[in-house]
Design a protein around this ligand. Structure first.
Ligand code: GDP
Length: 468
């Protein structure tokens, strides 16, 4: 297929969601105003009917887009292209990590133990690995005394190298080092100075044209490839995952729901009710059922708050709710950094990533990691999520720009003025048809209709690994 075709197909799919977000949010406001005013029951009922029927229209359209993709004749190409691209990147990573002369190889030292949670630490290692790839240095992962498992990374996942584990002592400098520095030590991304252009959200220039055609969000695919390499399990971890799935009674189709509570709520994210997550789950299943079939309701529910699982089971008896309150109990702050809790979070992220669809808050790195891994399981799983808060981001990322494709005249003083071709640095999506951002031409900050922009994929010149 042409880039134009794939791009347009995905754009329609996204904007079906956007137009529905817009209408349902606006009609919701009208309904509220009617109820607050003189309470016209007939009018309220009419609005309800429009909302119900409109939702069905939307589900039918989304279902048709899914059918279009499956039947347009390009689906086998998508699978092959995804496999080829992934194989290429995995071979490059293997090559980078297994230099023929370890002693003299250029190396990048990364310390796993960033003072944060498992998802945050994985993102830290991925960032190190991206820098290693970009500078053609073998990644040396220091993980002894890891807060989740004192014995270190290699007892849980396969070592990042089969042959080159030791940084040695020669010629070691902190970032950015000197051109001839053999061993370079990398700080956390937040203190990286100077910042290279290849940090997320950039993808490698040599792969960019293929990725833009294949995937709805190339950076998520790119991050997913590093996780694919990193998270190759040790035998004990693999056995644990297999038995964990069996004990839980894992089955598809299934929607993965992640509810992040406890220490996150009120500090870094707002609390969302179980009902809010479940509304989106129900909508997903109704889309599957739009042509009259009937699909068993099933979710995999992961949380750091065990009560959430009990609450969901009590309120949604028509759902099979797969999840383990004991795992959630271990995820609370006081018991989080233990072997048992580590097994729990590895299993939870694994199962979230294997779900057909994700409903969660992208403010949590747990769900973002699951979403990234999910991209390694489908040619393009960019649309298989509903985030209740943030759009996808990578902590410490460079600017996230979208290009204006439809001009915009401000509707209110809150709105941005947009000219075709402007770059908007996006801050977030309000999921009501509008996004917030800064027009980089005018420096104005404000709202704009989400459908008037498109993603500008950042490409960075990176080594080509010609021998691989
Ligand atoms: P964030 O704080 O949500 O952005 O994600 P982090 O991964 O950086 O830190 C949160 C930590 O809390 C995780 O790494 C887990 O240790 C724990 N946690 C949060 N949510 C869950 C969950 O759904 N299941 C399990 N098992 N642990 C969780």
């Amino acid at each position: 297929p042409s880039l134009e075709y794939e791009f347009t197909r995905r754009r329609i799919q996204t904007n079906i969601g956007e137009i529905w977000n817009f209408f349902s949010s606006e009609l919701g406001k009208v309904r509220k105003a009617v109820a607050a005013g003189h309470g016209n029951a007939d009018l309220e009922e009419s609005i309800n009917q429009v909302l119900l029927q409109g939702a069905e229209h939307k589900r039918s359209l989304l279902s048709d887009m899914e059918r279009l993709r499956q039947s347009d004749g390009y689906e086998s190409w998508r699978h092959k292209e995804a496999r080829d691209l992934s194989d290429l990147v995995q071979r490059r990573l293997h090559h980078l990590q297994n230099p023929s002369d370890c002693q003299n190889a250029r190396k990048l030292v990364c310390k796993l133990n960033k003072g944060c949670g498992y998802g945050c630490q994985l993102h830290h290692v991925v960032y190190c690995f991206i820098v290693a790839y970009a500078t053609e240095r073998t990644l040396i992962l220091k993980s002894r005394g890891w807060r989740y498992h004192k014995g270190g990374w290699e007892e849980v996942f396969q070592p990042v190298s089969n042959s080159c584990h030791d940084a040695g002592t020669a010629n070691t400098y902190n970032w950015p080092g000197k051109p001839n520095t053999q061993v370079l030590v990398l700080p956390i991304i937040d203190s990286l100075m100077p910042r290279p252009p290849y940090l997320p959200l950039a993808v490698p220039e040599d792969l960019a044209p293929r990725l833009k055609r294949l995937h709805g969000d190339p950076i998520v695919w790119w991050v997913g490839q590093f996780l694919k390499y990193l998270l190759r399990p040790q035998t004990t971890t693999r056995d644990f995952l297999v038995s964990g799935m069996r004990n839980l009674g894992w089955e598809r189709p299934i929607v993965g729901v992640h509810v992040r509570r406890t220490d996150k709520v009120g500090t870094e994210a707002a609390c969302h009710s179980v009902e809010e997550y479940m509304t989106h789950v129900e909508d997903y299943y109704r889309t599957l059922e739009v042509n009259g079939s009937s699909v068993a309701r099933r979710i995999f529910l992961a949380s750091d708050d065990a009560q959430v699982i009990d609450e969901a089971r009590r309120k949604y008896p028509q759902y099979q709710i797969i999840g383990d309150p004991e795992v959630a109990r271990m995820a609370s702050v006081s018991t989080r950094y233990t072997d048992t809790a580590l097994n729990g979070i590895i299993l939870d992220i694994h199962l979230l990533s294997m779900s057909d669809h994700l409903v969660c808050t992208f403010s949590s790195q747990v769900c973002r990691v699951a979403y990234e891994i999910m991209q390694t399981l489908y040619p393009d799983a960019a649309h298989r999520f509903k985030s209740l808060d943030d759009i996808y981001y990578y902590g410490g990322q460079n600017a996230h720009n979208r290009r204006v494709v439809i001009a915009h005249k401000p509707r209110t003083h809150e709105d941005l003025q947009l000219r075709v071709g402007d770059l908007v640095s996006v801050a977030g999506n309000h999921w009501d048809g509008n996004s917030k951002g800064k027009n980089t031409r005018t420096n104005q900050v404000g709202l704009f209709p989400s459908f008037k922009v498109e993603e500008k994929v950042d490409a960075a010149k990176l080594p080509l690994y010609p021998g691989v």
